[in-house]
Design a protein around this ligand. Structure first.
Ligand code: FAD
Length: 493
């Protein structure tokens, strides 16, 4: 499924027609203007787009996609470009139109009765959360890029983050999708219905498709009761098994109210403190296995102050934690006493990526495993990494089994001189052996195509290819991403 590079004579006509749709101000061709759209947060890829279109409506997206189909021009959808796999970066230099949804930011409807919100794809996640909070509700998708990533990007990558344990990932929070398919057809699936058994689920096909099947233009999302009270703590435990025992004890005790259970060992905290000296380690001693725990409740009873001036949920959780300290399951703990202290803990958590990147991490594997395998996997992976001369740093959304397993060269050792491919294969083979996933939440983009070929079930991959060619026979919609080519053919776009 290859596509010829666009010819110069047809390009002029194409550009003119695109300008006719969005106007000259919103069709970028100048080298400096298009440059930022040629990379994502990972910085691993840079390719100059042919041009960048900034549509303001679904009708404009549809017109532009029709033009791309008519002229055989690949189109790459882009949101906040906080992706970590090169998904929004074209595969080739000056070969694809980047379609940025950044002007489609409207919150079309806040339905307080149905408890849903309908929002355009270019709305920044945090902007949406603030608007939903003003309506007294919550949209609980939570991760470090929330101030820059957009709803369309979050859905296209089926983003996860810190609260998946309790609320699920982007897919679980979405009821309906509006999208433009590769031939320009607008699919209006903006249903707010919780029950709708009327055939194939196009919403779930488009979520997680990384823009390879169509461009999401709007979505209807679930909103939830706003937590009235949160208890946030940083814990030190002796090992991962102890951490999971603590998780289950807190879940059982609070009726499943754990929102976040994030793994942050001391070396990662040290990397963050080095990167940003304003950040302080939360515990006085080292936390070999450090856990950021957050429990939340929307029950007014839990938010009420008792005689000591503490809230019921906090008392409840603190009593349990004290008991676990006594039983030596928890070695040390600090509790956030106010919003500022809670914010400080989360600022530290959200700086992980910057901190470990600054520390010289060469690659971060985004894997998920059944909780029962976490402990043995971490031990084996550490050995495997060391065998090839790498050091490991492990972080992750421990409560849902998602580890971000980072590797770097030994002190003073350039990782480029080490056998990265062999080490990656050894670690990923172990993930596969344990029936885990080599891509938990960041997606495939262009950086994990080889792993997709090696580890994705061949039958599933074959069906994915058939779906792709049925919906996008010209292979123009974000070509080369997500689905590896069977042969040595190089992706287009
Ligand atoms: P982009 O990067 O612009 O695009 C991502 C993919 O979606 C591309 O393939 C693109 O073509 C496609 N796309 C974008 N918009 C559309 C659309 N409207 N229609 C169709 N396709 C589209 N991710 C997590 O899951 N969990 C985390 O905890 C997490 N933490 C992060 C922390 C930091 C500091 C950073 C920088 C990133 C993190 N990410 C995380 C990754 C990233 O933020 C998410 O993948 C995010 O969902 C991408 O959204 P975006 O708008 O930036 O999409």
């Amino acid at each position: 499924m290859s596509v010829a590079k666009p010819k110069a004579d047809t390009l002029d006509a194409f550009f003119e027609a695109c300008i006719g749709v969005v106007g000259p101000r919103h069709f970028l061709q100048d080298a400096d203007a298009v440059k930022p759209y040629g990379r994502d947060w990972s910085g691993a890829y840079f390719r100059t787009p042919l041009a960048v279109a900034l549509p303001s409506s679904t009708a404009e997206v549809s017109d532009l996609v029709r033009l791309c189909a008519g002229h055989g021009i690949p189109v790459v959808p882009a949101g906040g470009r906080t992706g970590l796999c090169g998904g929004s970066v074209p595969m080739r230099e000056r070969a694809a139109l980047v379609m940025s949804l950044e002007r489609m930011t409207a919150i079309r409807e806040m339905d307080r009765v149905g408890r849903t919100v309908t929002v355009e794809a270019g709305c920044i996640l945090e902007t949406l959360q603030d608007a939903v909070a003003e309506a007294g509700l919550a949209f609980p998708l939570m991760f470090g890029a929330k101030g820059s990533c957009m709803i369309g990007g979050a859905l296209s990558t089926n983003a996860g983050g810190s609260n998946v344990l309790r609320y699920g990932n982007a897919r679980d929070l979405c009821l309906g999708i509006e999208a433009v398919m590769p031939d320009g057809t607008v699919v209006n699936g903006l249903s707010a219905l919780r029950k709708d058994n009327t055939g194939y689920d196009l919403r779930n096909l488009l979520i997680g498709a990384e823009g390879t099947l169509g461009i999401i233009t709007a979505a209807t999302l679930k909103t939830l009761p706003q937590p009235l009270v949160r208890t946030t703590a940083f814990l030190s435990v002796s090992d991962l098994d102890a951490a999971l025992t603590v998780l289950h004890r807190v879940q059982d005790h609070t009726g499943g109210a754990v929102e976040a259970f994030e793994f942050m060992p001391q070396p990662v905290i040290d990397a963050i403190c080095t990167y940003n000296p304003a950040i302080r380690s939360p515990l006085e001693g080292p936390a070999e296995i450090g856990i950021l725990l957050e429990v939340a409740s929307s029950r007014p009873m839990d938010a009420q102050l008792n005689e000591e001036g503490a809230r019921a949920l906090e008392v409840d959780v603190l009593t349990l934690l004290a008991d676990l300290v006594e039983k030596e399951l928890i070695l040390d703990a600090t509790i956030a006493r106010n919003d500022q202290q809670r914010q400080d803990l989360w600022t530290m958590r959200e700086m992980v990526l910057e901190g470990i990147t600054h520390a010289g991490v060469a690659e971060i594997f985004d894997i998920s495993l059944s909780l029962k395998h976490l402990s043995s996997f971490v031990a084996t992976a550490k050995e495997q990494a060391a065998r090839f001369g790498f050091r490991s740093l492990v972080i992750g959304h421990l409560g849902d089994g998602n580890l971000h397993y980072a590797v770097m060269g030994a002190e003073g050792q350039d990782p480029a001189d080490l056998p990265m491919d062999a080490m990656r294969a050894a670690i990923m083979d172990e993930v596969a052996r344990l029936n885990g996933s080599f891509s938990a939440e960041h997606g495939i983009g262009q950086s994990k195509l080889d792993q997709m070929l090696r580890y994705k079930d061949a039958g599933q991959l074959a069906v994915m290819r058939r779906i792709k060619s049925a919906l996008d026979p010209q292979n123009l919609m974000n070509p080369g991403k997500l689905i590896p080519l069977a042969s040595t053919e190089v992706g287009t776009g």
